[in-house]
Design a protein around this ligand. Sequence first.
Ligand code: UD1
Ligand code: MG
Length: 452
Amino acid sequence: MSRTCLTIILAAGKGTRMKSPLPKVLHRVAGLPMVAHVVNTAIEAGSSKIALVTGHGAGEVKSALQALNLSVDDFTQDQQLGTANAAAAARAAIDEGYDDVLVVFGDTPLVMAETLKSARRELANGTDLVVMGFHAESPTGYGRLVENDGKLIAIVEEKDATDAERKIQFCNGGLMAFNGRHIGAILDAIDDTNAAKEFYLTDAVKVASKSGLRVSAIRASADEVLGVNTRVELAQVETIWQNRARKKHMLGGVSMIAPETVFFHYDTVIEEDVTLEPHIFFGPKVVVKSRANIRAFSHLEGASIGNDCEIGPFARLRPGANLGSSSKVGNFCEVKNADVAVGAKINHLTYIGDASIGENSNIGAGTITCNYDGMNKFKTTIGANAFIGSNSSLVAPVMIGDNAYIASGSVITKDVPVDAVGFGRARQDNKDGLAVALRARIKAIKLAKQKT
Ligand code: UD1
Ligand code: MG
């Protein structure tokens, strides 16, 4: 679309019902603040500029967006006098002159770019004001779309509606798209003569149709316009988001046995032919390459998983876990800030932190990299084809050479050269017959106790 587009995001509401010092729009869905979802969608819909209208916590909202590299122009609405008054706070941006002006809500994060684009297509076809409507089974609380002869003539807010109007189930989802040439004059004409004494953005419909402009409504799904006022609604929005993500990943070639038990982060990347068993949680920044198999009850964040890897069940991958192809991390293993090369195996009950493990090395059950002395972190380097016997502690900084062998139960504090065997434990000493004498002594003690 070559038309220019300004998106105004309204986010000045207090969000009292969230019961939180955090501004409402910074509460997260799939790990991303709600308002950032809206900004991303606006960008995807082709916005040339985004104006964010905040009241409470303006600085906090701005820095959260900056941290995500999302740039917006911010405007402040000093008093919450209604949605039209909030949109008018971005008047300086409007006056820069855009072909299309979209007005969306910061607490309504599920709006889809496709819907914004279809509103913009309506504008391109000559409509001056497009309202996003939806069908509500129970419309209480929403503005009702009043149509006459198939034409939208007004939006009536719940508080101002007649009994007949309250029965209308076609509701206002909140999003509006304006012809940029008219929005300024429309906002100027809106007053606060209504039950709430607020400047309603929805009155734009009445104003526009009175002045002979073309007004229409498009239909969206009720899911898309679900606004968040409480943590209950936040969880509902999260559920809808997760269901969309599950569907997207399955259509992208990911198999899931129980998709409803797998939780994605907004930035999770999964390639084709990956299998996800039930109950997996993805935190931020996880990339899973082709054909990897992630087994049940695994928790992953900041990890990169190579082709054909086998992860879990019950694996914990923390930030910086970088797994080469065909490597394995098995049950009750934790891997953090470690490069694990192609074909290496960490199969059972192990902690690998601040380490690098060479190709095809085998890390025995219960191996621990002792990376922290209470003040500093140190690195463990293990070469290729090494074998670390079970229940070994590798006290970093330490290096284990290629093809080296570590005896089970070792505490390794010195480097182990290439092809060497490292023993880090006392040698075993057997005393013949001593068990007989030991048993006799224990029995005698027991008898003496019974007599007293
Ligand atoms: C609004 C619509 C209603 C629609 C519903 C959909 C109006 C007048 N009503 O009602 O028709 O069915 O959304 O969810 O638009 N805000 C400000 N400044 C203000 C007032 C609001 O920034 O002075 C922001 C809020 O932070 C919020 C958004 O605008 O993000 C919507 O405001 P809200 O009070 O939730 O409007 P509703 O009563 O839900
Ligand atoms: Mg609302």
